[in-house]
Design a protein around this ligand. Structure first.
Ligand SMILES: *Cc1c(COP(=O)(O)O)cnc(C)c1O
Length: 356
């Protein structure tokens, strides 16, 4: 059992009013979890302490070489007051795969889960309950050696912060416009595309800004070599429904393996909908659209769960999907996954974990 020290805040903040929209990632709860690592000594000093600034050397390696892992998952409060996490084991597994890729220490799975539960339980009053709201959980690991040489750090800090988030779609699912990027690339096979780490995000910002300026909300990335194969959207995986079949790019080393992606694939299989995980080219999408069989497109990720795509722009082609509206499967998938997360639909797959 992880031995956690608790230091409660003496100056609790005001919990935001749920009726005012909570902008994603702007408000943080009263506490955070920290735990340190040192080569030879291992993990130590697990603690839940008041949320606040960290003290780090300016030479800390994370600032210079980007050695960091992050994760994102959510806690929900059910109508009968239980607190549920959605598939935290998948996030923990993925965090450790990221840690391995970035030469950072493994965090024991049971300690990671105990840390999540401890900090969420401490700030449980911050979990909003209005339709569509949740408590976003951001675990991350940073390299802290005060050293400018290039090698993996010997010391690290693991941190978990919490942020109440409002409904992603206050007015119901709202289709997004997607910009298919043909100049910049996000990641290549053999690189760090399948790791959840800041480096992939900074690589994506230039195209994101370009897409925003053109009136598109997110970027869809093509492969970094041929610029033909579909990879994923900014912070979401992507699914296409073509002529009754569901198609999503296969995990190829440069795509982030999403927990929501995995959940969607499993549900499609349960519902008897054919799912193909394979290579898919932008030309295939363009042809499908031209032939009127591109039936639905949606992104999947923890923040929005399901994000229907109403329009895709590729070079000078504009492809409208579902007339800019929401597909039947996108809606059913959203209702089912959020229903399980909120304890409204029976969780036959043991996806939810209760925090007691
Ligand atoms: C986190 C993330 C996703 C979505 O993963 P989920 O586990 O479903 O939230 C997809 N793509 C990228 C680049 C990501 O960082």
């Amino acid at each position: 059992m992880l031995d956690i020290r608790f230091e409660k805040t003496t100056a609790p903040k005001e919990i935001p009013d749920e009726d005012n929209p909570l902008v994603f990632g702007t408000i943080f709860t009263d506490h955070m979890f920290l735990m340190d690592y040192e080569e030879g000594k291992g993990w130590h000093d697990a603690r839940v302490v008041p949320y606040g600034p960290l003290s780090l050397e300016p030479s800390a390696m994370v600032f210079h070489y980007g050695q960091e892992m992050f994760e994102g998952l959510k806690a929900y409060k059910t109508e009968d007051g239980r607190i549920l996490l959605f598939r935290p084991d998948k996030n923990i597994e993925r965090a450790n795969r990221t840690n391995e890729r970035l030469c950072m220490p493994e965090i024991p799975e049971e300690d990671f889960l105990a840390a999540l539960k401890a900090v969420v339980k401490t700030d449980e009053e911050w979990i909003p309950t209005k339709e569509g709201t949740s408590l976003y959980i951001r675990p991350f690991l940073i390299a802290t050696d005060p050293f400018l040489g290039v090698r993996p750090s010997n010391t690290y800090t693991f941190i978990i912060i919490l942020s109440p988030v409002g409904a992603y779609y206050p007015e119901g699912l709202d289709p997004v416009k997607i910009w298919i990027e043909d100049e910049y690339v996000r990641a290549v096979k053999g690189g760090i595309g399948e790791a959840k780490t800041g480096g992939n995000y900074v690589a994506s910002m230039k195209a994101q800004v370009k897409a925003h300026e053109a009136g598109y909300s997110q970027v869809l990335w093509l492969d970094g070599v041929e610029r033909r194969y579909i990879e994923e959207v900014g912070a979401m995986n992507i699914f296409f429904k073509i002529d009754g079949k569901i198609i999503t790019p296969q995990l190829n080393g440069s795509i982030l393996p999403g927990v929501t992606r995995d959940s969607v694939i499993q549900l499609c299989k349960d519902w008897g909908i054919p799912v193909e995980e394979r290579k898919i080219t932008i030309d295939e999408i363009y042809e499908a659209h031209k032939n009127g069989i591109l039936e639905e497109v949606f992104g999947t990720g923890t923040a929005a769960v399901i994000s229907p795509v109403g329009q895709l722009r590729w070079e000078n082609h504009i492809m409208k999907v579902q007339d800019g509206g929401i597909g039947e499967l996108s809606q059913k998938m959203y209702d089912t996954i959020t229903g399980i997360q909120l304890g409204k639909i029976e969780d036959t797959k043991n996806w939810t974990v209760e925090v007691k």
